[in-house]
Write a protein that binds this ligand. Structure first.
Ligand SMILES: Cc1cc2nc3c(=O)[nH]c(=O)nc-3n(C[C@H](O)[C@H](O)[C@H](O)COP(=O)(O)O)c2cc1C
Length: 344
């Protein structure tokens, strides 16, 4: 590993890898708010080596610490895919052993490999040997409640040469039910000497403060929190909440549209793709609520990400932005496109 990359995973706030959500323009938006590490959407290794998935390797120069995430179960295919990703400019390779989707798990990839520690470690070692850039590994606590083997997996990954671990504090079976279990992330971090990026329910600056106090974890992966409020990275860096006005939120959406048009093209086809992504993102954006420190404390160790979003209060624009209705999302899209919002 190059010396300059040795510190890539130390004390960082990273945008967690996300299919769809981690599209290139959205990553740039999060980067503009301070995300220090970005990652591609999940790339299926067998498709990449047979000529597909190439657009997913692309990144923007703004993303100065961009990695490519690979999923697959074959040692040689994963190694070849990693070489291709490195050649395409990835600063690190992330191996996905957490994906819970049936289609992926049935094929023996993603979270299925949590049940095959030997094969999982073999893939890590082979990819480590195949590329010069750092290799991180994304794990869950285990396949289900009866198989909480993350501490063992963490040690095996380190022995196999992994440079960092991203640990999502849930099992595959659990999906998003219940809050993430940080005590097991902490147990894993205590068992290895490589950086652990803690993952699960980071949504406010108080979450990061709490996890820093309770654990030795110093780097964090943020997923749904960044989909709901891309400015979360600003909050986490400053240690203070930021409550944007409706007009400021419209302006942020516009920034996304500009980045997306730049990426997908400012023609009819590009507009269609940008609209589809925009409407998809509205499904997360409307969940924003200006939670307070008192709200955070009232929930104890439960996460605000798991809490029901209260009825929005405020002016017409604030209510519109909180609407879960697709018709309203289309209205928001039109207004953002036409710059029909206060201060535009
Ligand atoms: C829309 C969406 C897509 C995701 N896709 C991936 C993926 O491709 N690879 C991956 O490792 N995790 C993926 N995840 C999981 C997140 O990276 C993260 O581990 C999980 O959401 C827990 O973090 P959070 O509590 O901050 O949301 C995805 C999550 C979401 C919400």
């Amino acid at each position: 590993m190059a010396a300059e990359d040795a510190g890539l995973f130390h004390e960082v706030l990273a945008l967690s890898p996300m299919a769809q959500g981690g599209n290139l323009p959205y990553r740039r938006l999060c980067r503009s708010f301070g995300a220090q590490l970005t990652c591609s959407e999940m790339v299926l290794a067998h498709k990449l080596v047979t000529g597909g998935e190439k657009p997913l390797l692309r990144h923007h120069p703004d993303e100065d610490a961009f990695g490519v995430q690979l999923a697959g179960k074959h040692v040689d295919v994963m190694s070849e895919a990693a070489r291709m990703a490195e050649e395409a400019g990835a600063r690190f390779i992330d191996l996905n052993f957490g994906c819970p989707i049936d289609l992926i798990v049935k094929r023996g990839s993603g979270a299925a490999l949590l049940q095959r520690p030997g094969r999982l470690a073999e893939i890590v070692a082979a990819v480590r040997a195949a590329v010069a850039v750092p290799v991180s590994v994304k794990l869950r606590l285990g396949y289900n409640e009866d198989k909480l083997n993350v501490v063992d997996l963490a040690k095996r990954c380190e022995e196999a040469g992994a440079d960092a671990l991203g640990i999502h504090g849930r099992t595959r079976a659990q999906r998003y039910r219940q809050s993430a279990r940080w005590e097991l992330i902490e147990a894993s971090a205590a068992a290895v000497n490589i950086p652990v990026l803690g993952n699960g329910d980071i949504y406010t600056p108080w979450d990061v403060k709490r996890r820093r106090e309770q654990t030795r974890v110093r780097s964090f992966l943020v997923a749904r929190g960044a989909l709901v409020k891309p400015w979360i990275f600003r909050e986490l860096i400053e240690g203070e909440p930021w409550y944007p006005t409706a007009a400021e939120r419209f302006a942020i959406m516009r920034r996304f549209v500009d980045l997306a048009l730049e990426h997908f093209g400012d023609d009819e086809k590009g507009h269609g793709r940008v609209e589809r992504f925009f409407l998809w993102h509205c499904g997360f954006w409307h969940r924003y609520h200006p939670w307070t420190h008192d709200d955070f404390l009232a929930l104890g160790d439960e996460s605000l990400l798991q809490a029901r979003t209260p009825q929005a209060e405020g002016d017409a624009d604030t209510l519109l932005l909180a609407s879960p209705e697709e018709d309203d999302h289309r209205l928001i899209w039109r207004r953002v496109l036409d710059r029909d919002y206060p201060g535009a």
